[in-house]
Design a protein around this ligand. Structure first.
Ligand SMILES: Cc1cc2nc3c(=O)[nH]c(=O)nc-3n(C[C@H](O)[C@H](O)[C@H](O)COP(=O)(O)O)c2cc1C
Length: 195
């Protein structure tokens, strides 16, 4: 059984619709740890040693957040800057994360069709996520396709529920080693595994 760490960053979680459902769907799952960064570090003083120990103790890491300004809310960048340090995550001596898996789980206000060359946002989600992808590569981690919920402002209660179930199933399959990675790697999004 794989151990999964969800690094969750949402500065206004009390107002959340979609991410509240996603988090509800995976909390209390055996083998899954939810690390709520804004709750744990309201002053942004991240406990680097504690965060590094958490990473060491898990096999699969998820950067879970609403998409903000085509990236992550600020605390996740702070977390990356401090926790993924030289000699721990990268560099000649930095091998702590090698072989672990990582991916993003995000919700966007924009619909899928605006995230393409011809669309309003010009680039795909996977293009916007390149800094996460390459950070994972630098740390010797395997980067998996993101889990994405688009159009979060206009999504129905039923759709939100379905995305919650999908996120739960994905995490359960990853935890129980039931994912065919040769198939998953070819998908644009991890969600597409369920099509
Ligand atoms: C500061 C801020 C920046 C945002 N930037 C983007 C963005 O770049 N692209 C996008 O599609 N949606 C953007 N949104 C919309 C959020 O992604 C959306 O509100 C969120 O996914 C809703 O999730 P929730 O129901 O859990 O709060 C932004 C929202 C805020 C508040």
């Amino acid at each position: 059984m794989k151990k999964i760490l969800i690094l969750f960053a949402h500065p206004t979680f009390h107002k959340s619709r979609i991410n509240k459902q996603l988090i509800n769907a995976v909390e209390n799952m055996e083998g899954v740890t939810i690390n709520n960064l804004y709750e744990n570090y309201p002053d942004f003083f991240i406990n680097v040693k504690k965060e590094q120990d958490l990473l060491i103790g898990h096999d699969i890491i998820i950067w879970h957040h609403p998409f903000y300004w085509y990236s992550a809310p600020a605390i996740l960048k702070e977390w990356m800057d401090l926790v993924l340090g030289l000699g721990f995550a990268y560099g000649a001596e930095g091998k702590a994360l090698e072989g672990k898996m990582v991916f993003s789980a995000i919700s966007t206000g924009g619909k899928k069709e605006v995230y393409c060359k011809e669309g309003q946002n010009q680039f795909t989600i996977n293009q916007f996520l390149i800094p996460f992808n390459q950070s994972a590569n630098l740390c010797g981690m395997t980067y998996l396709p993101p889990f994405v919920v688009h159009g979060s402002h206009n999504i129905s209660e039923k759709e939100i529920e379905n995305f919650g179930d999908m996120y739960h199933n994905l995490i359960e399959m990853l935890r129980d080693e039931k994912v065919d990675f040769s198939k998953l790697k070819l998908k644009e999004y991890s969600n597409n595994l369920f099509e």
